[in-house]
Ligand binder design. Structure first.
Ligand code: SF4
Length: 694
């Protein structure tokens, strides 16, 4: 029996794990959280939650949290605890020295999808206005940057088209490259409810995920494609829709660029894109593709939900555009029940992208090179802004190795663990002269840092998160910051020390500035959020109550734009030495690299990563259930235990990446999306062999 005290008061806040954005009542006794209770009026979760949000908040008070700032001259030196004043002063003087020596473009920063909108906005403001360059990037680089590019090109804005409620009116649901049961459990429950009511389901995934067959649900079609062939399958679906006369022609004529549609239609109609032609390299029987295409085009309201199995590929952006093409061709955009919906992984990945974290975009997805937009920010911030886009994370690391990039401010992100090609990341960081890490724990990136600034958990600050349905929700402080300052206050201290003072007494004032400068946020304020509970952007004069469904009368870009999506196989190939294809995913109880979930006192958070392998491939290698196996790729190797299952097809293996000892990114390649550099985490040629252990 666990004894818990009676709460004295409660505060409504938002879960800091996934992009569903469940609202919780934090029941408090003084500054101690007694329990987290799913909030019944939360519009994203309606009183539901998963195990992470409800129970995995203990990391906020974990003994391993670092609560004192620390500095060291060299990364081989021991850390020295110092005052906030000394740490901030040291970081600022080093950044200024580096800029004096190597030029203003020699430093930059990385924002976090774990932090609030207000914190992200301040970091990009510090870099653009205080550092004087656009070398700002976000951890969304490694997950949903292709969503930003692909939906921007086709629809005109980089966000999902629907609210979660919309699924209640869907007749056909496509889930591609996503495992909602584990990744987005509360939304998955709503999707499953609709499926149990009779909606049809098409799953496009190399792995037989839970949703393919679960109590009272069986997918009408599961297309078990080989990892890396998304574009070929989606183009084959389009081929069937076009050649069998299933296009919603009236919709396309009215809503989309007709010339571009015709160009696209003649491209996909080519016989080389037929289901029969692509079967030999996708591994999906042609009749399944034909059946799925007919069902999506003729089955009523068709909605597409996708995840990182779409974006984390060398053709991630192309895949997003291929999905958008399908939705436009069938008229499935602009009303309830339809749409294109990226299932965002982190709690605020939508918000971090909205807030101008990309090197080429100011808040609200406006290009830094657009004079009128840049001039507005220049006038408001009182500085001159560089009109050239800055460096992305991989380019910062390249430039560090080359000797032109020397200083980095990383807020709430562990690029050593989460970015591809670990050796390249550590080489870049090692070459820098001042790395400032702001985090709750001494993470792997902190091993390469010269300044450590203690971060604050979501329980210790005010702000907002934006979930996968563009819903902006309040994060409310329930306890004092353990290390004196909240993250937004630390950025202000650093900005002031850099000679660019920022004046804010409360995050609500930061949101007021965001609203003043960002048309899609013009109607957002803390008063409105407190009154309405939440609001979905765009929220402005035209949509004072927010926008649950986008592109109703016209696309944000005007006419919807069909994009030709040529399938180009990844350069990562199987062969005699590496005959299997590895793909990766998540389990429900863990979160990303496990920094938070592993620090919660509950044995299930300590589940190890396993390698799923098909019985045929296991037998060939003499591997039995629970055996240790060695997983080897061209990049590196690791060891983990085997699970033998037909969830994966012969020739495909699968693992999760939650435990640091697995070091999945030692295995993955450095191939990346052609448009955004999002790494190709989902396709790696590997060999598996029995081993004696780690
Ligand atoms: Fe948190 Fe996501 Fe679970 Fe909701 S579904 S409680 S947002 S982790």
């Amino acid at each position: 029996v666990i004894e818990i005290g009676q709460p004295e008061h409660s505060v409504v806040t938002t879960c800091a794990y996934c992009g569903v954005g469940c609202a919780f009542k934090a029941e408090m006794r003084g500054e101690e959280v007694v329990r987290m209770v799913p909030y019944k009026d939360g519009k994203a979760n309606r009183g539901h939650s998963c195990v992470k949000g409800r129970f995995a908040w203990g990391y906020a008070t974990h003994k391993e949290r670092i609560l004192k700032p620390m500095i060291r001259a060299k990364i081989t030196d021991p850390w020295k605890e110092v005052s906030w004043e000394e740490a901030i002063g040291y970081a600022a003087s080093e950044f200024k020295r580096i800029q004096g020596q190597y030029g203003k473009d020699s430093i930059g920063g990385i924002t976090s999808s774990r932090c609030t909108n207000e914190e992200t906005y301040l970091v990009q403001k510090l870099i653009r206005a205080g550092f004087g360059n656009n070398n700002v990037d976000t951890c969304a680089r490694v997950c949903h940057s292709p969503t930003g590019y692909g939906l921007g090109q086709t629809f005109g804005t980089s966000a999902g088209t629907q609210d979660f409620d919309s699924v209640e009116d869907s007749d056909v649901i496509i889930v591609i490259g996503a495992n909602p049961t584990d990744g987005h459990p509360v939304f998955a429950s709503r999707m499953k409810k609709r499926l149990r009511e009779g909606a049809h389901l098409i799953v496009i995934d190399p792995r037989k995920t839970d949703i393919v067959r679960t109590p009272h649900i069986e997918a009408d079609y599961h297309l078990p494609l080989l990892p890396g062939t998304n574009v070929a399958i989606l183009t084959a679906l389009a081929h069937v829709i076009v050649t069998e006369g299933l296009v919603a022609e009236d919709y396309v004529r009215e809503r989309c660029d007709w010339d571009e549609f015709q160009n696209w239609a003649s491209f996909v109609a080519d016989e080389r894109h037929s289901p029969e032609a692509v079967e030999k390299y996708t591994g999906v029987p042609a009749e399944l593709v034909r059946g799925a295409a007919r069902l999506y085009a003729t089955g009523g309201n068709g909605a597409i939900y996708y995840g990182l199995g779409v974006t984390e590929h060398s053709q991630g952006s192309t895949t997003v555009m291929a999905i958008a093409n399908l939705a436009m061709a069938t008229g499935n955009i602009g009303r309830r029940g339809v749409g294109v919906n990226p299932l965002r992984g982190q709690n605020n990945v939508q918000g971090s992208c909205d807030m101008g974290s990309f090197p080429h975009e100011l808040p609200g997805y406006r290009h830094i090179g657009t004079d009128s937009v840049r001039n507005m920010f220049e006038e408001f911030w009182g500085v001159h802004l560089d009109k050239e886009p800055g460096l992305r994370i991989p380019n910062m690391l390249d430039a560090a190795v080359e000797g032109t990039f020397r200083g980095l401010y990383v807020q709430g992100e562990d690029i050593v663990q989460s970015d591809p090609d670990t050796k390249h990341v550590t080489s870049g960081l090692s070459a820098m002269e001042c790395v400032v890490v702001q985090d709750l724990f001494l993470n792997e990136t902190a091993n390469y840092a010269h300044v450590f600034l203690p971060g604050s958990s979501f329980l210790e600050k005010d702000g907002t998160f934006t979930n996968a349905e563009r819903r902006i929700q309040r994060v409310r402080k329930v306890m004092s910051p353990k290390a004196v300052y909240a993250d937004w206050e630390v950025t202000i201290l650093l900005a002031e020390a850099m000679g660019f003072p920022m004046q804010y007494d409360h995050p609500s004032q930061i949101m007021d500035e965001i609203a003043r400068l960002t048309p899609s946020f013009a109607g957002v304020s803390y008063e409105k959020l407190d009154q309405d509970g939440s609001v979905q952007w765009p929220c402005n004069d035209k949509a004072p109550e927010g926008t649950p469904i986008m592109h109703i009368d016209h696309f944000v870009r005007g006419k919807g734009r069909f994009m030709v999506t040529e399938y180009i196989p990844t350069d990562e190939r199987t062969g005699a030495r590496f005959p299997l294809l590895l793909t990766t995913g998540r389990i429900l109880s863990q979160y990303n690299v496990g920094a938070q979930t592993r620090r919660t006192e509950n044995s299930m958070w300590h589940e190890e990563d396993r390698l799923e392998i098909h019985p045929h491939d296991a037998e060939q290698r003499g591997v039995r259930e629970h055996d240790w196996v060695r997983l080897e790729s061209r990049s590196g190797s690791t060891s983990l235990r085997a699970t033998i299952t037909d969830r994966v097809a012969p020739g495909v293996v699968y693992t999760t990446f939650h435990h640091p000892s697995t070091q999945a990114n030692v295995i993955t390649t450095d191939y990346s999306d052609w448009a955004t550099n999002c790494p190709e985490y989902k396709v790696t040629a590997v060999q598996v062999m029995p081993s004696n252990g780690p």
